[in-house]
Design a binder for this molecule. Structure first.
Ligand code: MN
Length: 148
């Protein structure tokens, strides 16, 4: 090509330009829930729980982290509380959630709001349970939230 249309091009140049324009937290992310690697949750009191970070701090997300949890039949998250809330969506399966001192039945399609500083625990039933759980990426004026 000649004249007005001569310019650097090709994949390497496109990548360089994209990176120069990129701002943290401003890049689109599309990931499939079945293809993000999962890691066992090692917290004391957790049993048979795996977590996949769908979108979070590592992506530069400035406010929220979305995690996918897979709890095997009979497994459970730790009984715990913290100074930030959870918004939870049950993707599949069923079980129970501890809230306000009582275990309540939950299942596919349910949305649960866990207020800050309220003790909670998720327990899977016989078929296991999968859920999405949202946390803020920071707490206490900028300290990274664990698992974000
Ligand atoms: Mn929690």
């Amino acid at each position: 090509m000649t004249g007005l249309f001569v310019r650097a091009s090709g994949p390497a140049e496109r990548d360089r330009r994209r990176q120069a324009k990129a701002k943290p937290g401003c890049n689109v992310v599309i990931r499939n829930i079945d293809r993000v690697p999962e890691k066992p949750v090692e917290m004391d009191g957790a049993r048979g729980v795996r977590m996949a970070m769908m979108v979070g701090r590592a992506d530069g997300a400035p406010n929220f982290a979305l995690r996918h949890f897979r709890v095997e039949p009979g497994g459970h998250s730790p009984r715990h509380s913290h100074d930030y809330e959870h918004e939870v969506y049950i993707v599949a399966g069923s079980g129970e959630v501890l809230l306000e001192g009582a275990y309540r039945r939950i299942g596919q399609g349910d949305v649960i709001y866990v207020p800050a500083n309220s003790e909670h625990q998720f327990r899977a039933g016989d078929e296991g349970m999968r859920f999405l759980c949202l946390v803020p990426v920071t707490r206490n004026c900028g300290e990274p939230t664990p698992g974000s």
